[in-house]
Design a protein around this ligand. Structure first.
Ligand code: GRF
Length: 225
């Protein structure tokens, strides 16, 4: 059973999707702690509703990024979590943090990386006028929004979209692909070679229903749709 520490800063809807798949027994993992740098994060309420341990570590209270991260590391190691799940965590993590959990930190980004890294990716994509966007789950390395890609989902982008409308369409797929990526990790099905992540199973691309068009990179299982 994979032990997770989930780091959030806001609404925590991705956290919720992970909790739900665990409770449905589709994802063989347990959440050891939910950590927020923002005491107002609604995700903390979600965690408490499910009796999960929560911690608030306010970055402003620490004299340096290093001290802030040392506190995160202490909590994560203290609860025995093996994998760090960044779910809308709005702080950049330094090489010190990343090297503490090599290939054991995952992130979700609301764009098709390497396009539109950084903040407000949904608005960046909408304003650029792309016709397709989506979301990406990747391993975290020392560069921002950069590590090896595990799974991506593609959705249509419309000329009338703004960041909010495109973001809402993307978010529904985030909630599918993040639990799926974690499930592969829990089942030890992911092998990393350089930038590439190989999935040790039969791989077929997944097409969403016509009412909700979307295309997921090969492998999505029906438990996660
Ligand atoms: C998501 O769009 C995620 O991709 C990005 O931050 C947002 C977090 O949303 N990194 P939530 O807090 O999980 O609802």
């Amino acid at each position: 059973m994979l032990s997770l520490a989930v780091l959030i800063s806001g609404s925590g809807s991705n956290l919720q999707s992970i909790i739900d798949k665990i409770e449905e027994e589709k994802l063989k993992a347990r959440i050891k702690v939910v950590i927020s740098n923002n005491p107002e994060a609604y995700g903390l309420e979600r965690a408490k509703k499910h009796n999960l341990k929560t911690e608030v570590v306010e970055h402003q209270q620490y004299p340096s990024r290093e001290r802030f991260e040392q506190e995160l590391i202490k909590i994560i190691k203290g609860v025995g979590a093996e994998v760090v799940v960044l779910a809308g965590f709005m702080r950049i993590l330094s090489p010190l943090f990343v090297s503490t959990f090599p290939h054991r930190i995952l992130n979700i980004h609301p764009a098709l990386l390497p396009s539109f890294p950084g903040l407000h990716a949904q608005a960046q994509a909408a304003d650029y006028g792309v016709k397709l966007s989506g979301c990406t789950v990747h391993f975290v390395d020392e560069k921002m929004d950069n590590g090896p890609i595990i799974i991506q989902a593609v959705v249509p982008a419309l000329p009338e979209d703004d960041g909010d409308s495109l973001g809402a369409r993307i978010l529904r797929w985030e909630h599918r692909i993040y639990p799926q990526a974690l499930s592969w990790l829990a089942e030890d099905k992911l092998k990393i070679q350089g930038r590439k992540v190989f999935l040790e199973k039969e791989m077929k691309p997944f097409l969403g229903p016509i009412e909700e068009p979307g295309l997921v990179s090969p492998g999505l299982e029906k438990d996660f749709f």
